[in-house]
Design a protein around this ligand. Structure first.
Ligand code: NI
Length: 151
């Protein structure tokens, strides 16, 4: 994200890279937008609009299986399920290029949550994530993919 440290040189460089645009919206639409971004905690329309643009670009990038991304794969499973923990560990060890971290949380007497962080090309990440989530005994599995090439 583009930031300015407010020194004269930085301000000059920042202003060269920023383009101001005017957007016309009808009043009811603008009122709804202002209400929404107010509830979300935005301090300015510009920041909200920048995030919306990034969100759209990010969505489009997710269609490109060769794009670089990171992903958090979130699993809930019963640790008593036969051999599941061993299988999950083995899967992570066999994909060392993609698996960069993991976090294990004991949710209760039976259930565990595991968050596995993957990095690589979107196609590879989805393949590894699907093989993890589809293991017998995984009760819930979600993947949150974030492309890393967005400005
Ligand atoms: Ni546990």
């Amino acid at each position: 994200m583009l930031r300015c440290c407010k020194t004269a040189l930085c301000k000059e460089i920042y202003m060269e890279r920023v383009e101001r645009i005017g957007v016309s919206l009808d009043k009811p639409l603008l009122e709804k937008f202002d209400k929404l971004i107010g509830q979300q905690g935005y301090q300015s329309r510009s920041e909200a609009i920048r995030d919306l643009v990034r969100e759209q670009l990010s969505e489009e990038k997710l269609e490109d299986s060769s794009a670089d991304a990171v992903a958090a794969v979130c699993l809930v499973y019963d640790h008593h399920a036969s051999n599941l923990m061993k299988k999950l560990t083995a899967l992570q060890h066999s994909h060392l290029l993609q698996v960069i971290s993991s976090l294990h949380i004991h949710l209760g007497e039976h259930d565990c949550m595991e968050i596995i962080v993957l990095k690589g090309r979107i196609g590879q990440i989805k393949k590894v994530a699907d093989s993890i989530i589809s293991q017998k005994g995984v009760k819930l599995g979600k993947i949150n993919l974030v492309p890393t090439e967005i400005v």
